[in-house]
Design a protein. Sequence first.
Length: 194
Amino acid sequence: MGNKKTRDHIIEAADRLFYRQGYEHTSFSDIADVVRISRGNFYYHFKTKDEILGAVIEARLANTQRMLDRWEAEGKTPADRIRSFIHILIANRADIKRYGCPVGTLCGELAKLGHASQGEANKLFTLFRVWLSRQFVLLGREADADALAMHLLARSQGVATLASAFHDETFIKQEVRQMDDWLELCTEGTALAE
C-alpha cells in the first residue's frame, strides 16, 4: 500500500470511527487496528489525533462539495435540488437511525469539548446553508432564502437526532414527506420559516 493510499485509508477509517464512536472515544489504536498498520507506520502519517481530525474534516468538506455539485448538475430545478438534500435522510436512514447525522454529531461533540477544530467542522453546515440559500433564491425566495435554508437545516438535524434517539425509521420517512410538502408550499411562495 503506497503512502498516499495508506494515508487515505487512515482518514476513511478515522471518519467512520469518529462518526460511530465519537472523536473523543476513538483512539490511535482503534484506527490503526481498522487499517491494519503498525503504530510506527501510523505515526509516519499522523503525529496527533487532532491532525487526523483535521484531515477528516477536510475530506468531509471535499466530499460534501462534490455531492452538492452533483445535486446541482442532476437537479433540473431548484426544488429538485433541495429535495436531494431532504432525501439524504432516506438514503442514509440506517446510519442516521444508529448514529445520528455525521455533521451534527461531530459539530456537537467538538462544541462540547471546546475543541479548536469546531470552527472548521462548522464549515460543513455552512456549505449546506449557503447552497440551500442559493436554491431558495433561485426559487424566487430571495427575501427569506437564508431563513428558509436555516429552517430546513434545523429540521433535518432535529429529524436525525430524534430518529437516532428513538431508532425510528418510520419517523424519518414521515418527516421527509412533510418536508417535501413544505417545499411545495415554498415553491408557491406561501411557506415561512418558523
